[in-house]
Design a protein around this ligand. Structure first.
Ligand code: NIG
Ligand code: FE
Length: 405
């Protein structure tokens, strides 16, 4: 007897399991089975494929007129932070730019203040609400960054909260240290502060899977980012970078040179750096919800990157300033509208390729895979990005257990 069978599935989405991320044209290849069956036992997928009556289970879910996919993977979030920044919306409406707000001590630095002032329990309760919402929206794995402490005590507080949530909630998590996220107001200079963050790597390396840095005008330069990435790799951490979000500093090229697992944002990346994706497995994690929320017209050149045979993933970038949504479905719609990605590309970008961007064994539904599964109340896979801004998740299963219906 198995635990759950999902039967008569309108469309069963089966992304391909590969050792490398899907690149270029491969991103558009998606196996979709009509009238499929998924069988789950003991947290694992026992069967996912064509219709079969061979199995029995304690619970049968009727998948007719529905879509079933692997759980969504949100490969870039700033999950744990104190406070909120709704007052910045008016500033942005008046034309004050994101980097100007930061320069004036607002933006990331104002969230740093709120995060330093929050207790571990306050951060835990606040972030737990976000996780509950993410699960309701079909996200079963999430990457969570620190970066609102900029000092040892608060960075560790953020990482500890994330680990506690990882233990206490059903969602799967990956953890990232983003100490060099901004330069605190009282820092002597950028280089001195960066060295402090490099020195912190020893303290955080057992609590983080990745080290990340914000490489941007007025924040950290390419050379500083290179120094940090090398130091993090020496400590055994895989590296990520917030690159070319606003200005084309060359962060994508640096990420590729340093063998980063991902380079994120890439709105302003140069042609030369995009072309370098051809021979690289660094995943370009695109965050179109951020471009939308910052009110910009220029989106990351997803098609250009794919034409260069790059690997791309899509994530929310959930954070209190540049993208205040934990709804990856909404970002899938923005990816269709603004990045002009096809439904197949989008589904792969939030499952298998997102898994590669955070080095997690998830995103597929092959026999033996962990059973992270979403039943969507939609008639076909193209429908999700089309009908935007609402929740299409019908049932969410993590590790073989129903966690939302
Ligand atoms: O990915 N750009 C840097 N970090 C975040 C925003 C953080 C914030 O504004 O609080 C991002 O967009
Ligand atoms: Fe980010």
């Amino acid at each position: 007897m198995n635990n759950i069978i999902i039967q008569n599935i309108g469309e069963l989405i089966l992304p391909k399991k590969t050792a490398r991320p899907l690149k270029g044209k491969e991103l558009n290849e998606l196996n979709i089975i009509k009238n499929g069956t998924v069988v789950i036992n003991d947290g694992k997928v026992v069967y996912a494929g064509e219709h079969t009556d061979e199995y029995e289970a304690d619970e049968v879910i009727d998948g007719s007129n529905k879509v079933v996919s692997p759980g969504l993977i949100d490969a870039h979030t700033h999950l744990v932070f104190g406070g909120s920044r709704e007052h910045e919306m008016a500033l942005k409406q008046q034309g004050v730019s994101y980097l100007d707000i930061l320069k004036q001590g607002g933006g990331i630095l104002s969230t740093v203040e709120s995060t330093r002032q929050s207790t571990e329990d306050e951060l835990y309760q606040k972030s737990k609400k976000e996780i509950v919402r993410m699960i309701q929206f079909g996200t079963t794995t999430v990457e969570a960054k620190s970066g609102y402490g900029l000092d040892k005590e608060t960075e560790l507080k953020q990482l500890n909260v994330a680990h506690q949530l990882d233990q206490d909630t059903p969602i799967r998590m990956k953890h990232t240290f983003l100490g060099p996220h901004a330069v605190p107001k009282d820092a002597k200079d950028n280089a001195t502060f960066l060295q402090e963050m490099i020195d912190l790597l020893d303290d955080v390396k057992d609590k983080a899977d990745f080290a990340d840095i914000f490489c941007e005008t007025g924040v950290f330069t390419i050379e500083e980012s290179r120094r940090y990435m090398k130091a993090a790799k020496d400590k055994g951490l895989k590296v990520k970078i917030h690159a070319d979000e606003i200005d084309p500093l060359g962060g994508l090229g640096l990420a590729i040179e340093e063998g980063a697992i991902s380079a994120d944002h890439l709105v302003a990346s140069s042609e030369e750096d995009k072309a370098a994706l051809t021979d690289s497995d660094t995943v370009a994690v695109l965050l179109p919800g951020t471009t939308f929320y910052l009110g910009k017209d220029q989106y990351a050149d997803a098609r250009g990157m794919l034409n260069h045979n790059g690997a791309i993933a899509i994530a929310t970038d959930f954070n209190p300033g540049s993208c205040v949504t934990d709804n990856l479905q909404l970002v899938m719609s923005i990816a269709a509208l603004k990045l002009k990605l096809t439904p197949n590309e989008i589904w792969n970008a939030v499952t298998v390729n997102a898994a590669k961007a955070i080095d997690v064994d998830a995103g597929t539904l092959e026999k033996g895979d962990q059973a992270d599964v979403v039943v969507w109340d939609i008639p076909n896979h193209e429908y999700l990005p089309y009908h935007y801004g609402v929740n299409h998740a019908h049932t969410v299963i993590i590790n073989g257990k129903k966690v939302y219906e």
